[in-house]
Write a protein that binds this ligand. Structure first.
Ligand code: AMP
Length: 200
């Protein structure tokens, strides 16, 4: 195996080996080793479980190939990371992509999966499909509030990184985000946003 380090985040190192990604949770020296061990094991297990559930439901996420204590081996999704490429697409492609992202998010939420870090950095366009990656902060919840916070995160990401036309982009997202509870969640989003503004 010839591993190539492709990303180093606060939580994990990501290695690429041909068509396989290895996500290895790294130790935090400021934590007590035993506690650190527990936290990393729990997060690894939780992320693998959520990804497996989403994949079984035919949601576009990388397939989990194997796991052990601190590592997950994942299918490599080859394509465009939207945080880097979205702005350079023609408008039609930008809108279609956001609609597809909305559709994938609706599927997650319909199945009570919360992404927890829904941004364009965690979305890859591959063969005309939008994939969601990095479920490290993901969890299961039936709460309207938790789903609205996911929408708040993607809306903020669009405002920050794709500011030229962020309003239209979010509108396209909501076109794809249509399911039984979407109206309720979009209503709750307004409350979440108001609360966010008071904080600053
Ligand atoms: P993560 O820590 O899971 O957010 O991964 C960090 C970076 O590694 C991502 O922003 C992607 O660029 C890349 N990455 C992680 N998982 C995958 C995957 N399954 N396929 C392709 N790229 C990935």
């Amino acid at each position: 195996m010839k591993l190539k380090l492709i990303s180093q985040g606060a939580e994990a190192k990501i290695f690429l080996d041909k068509s396989t990604i290895l996500k290895a949770r790294i130790p935090k020296t400021y934590r007590h080793p035993q506690l650190d061990n527990q936290i990393r094991t729990r997060r690894t297990r939780s992320e693998a479980k959520i990804l497996t559930k989403a994949h079984t439901l035919n949601i576009n996420v990388p397939k989990v190939l194997s796991t052990n204590k601190f590592d997950i081996q994942l299918e490599h999704i080859e394509g465009d990371k939207l945080s880097e490429t979205l702005n350079s697409y023609p408008e039609k492609k930008q809108f279609e992509t956001l609609q597809k992202l909305g559709e994938q998010t609706a599927l997650l939420h319909k199945n009570n999966i919360i992404h927890g870090d829904l941004t364009t950095s965690n979305t890859i366009l591959s063969n005309n499909k939008v994939f969601l990656i990095d479920f490290g902060l993901g969890f299961i919840s039936t709460k309207i509030e938790d789903k609205a916070v996911d929408l708040h995160l993607i809306k903020q990401a669009l405002e920050a990184k794709h500011f030229q036309n962020h309003k239209e982009l979010f509108e396209q997202f909501t076109k794809g985000y249509r399911w039984t509870d979407s109206k309720k969640i979009l209503e709750r989003l307004k409350i979440v946003e108001k609360r966010g503004r008071y904080k600053h």
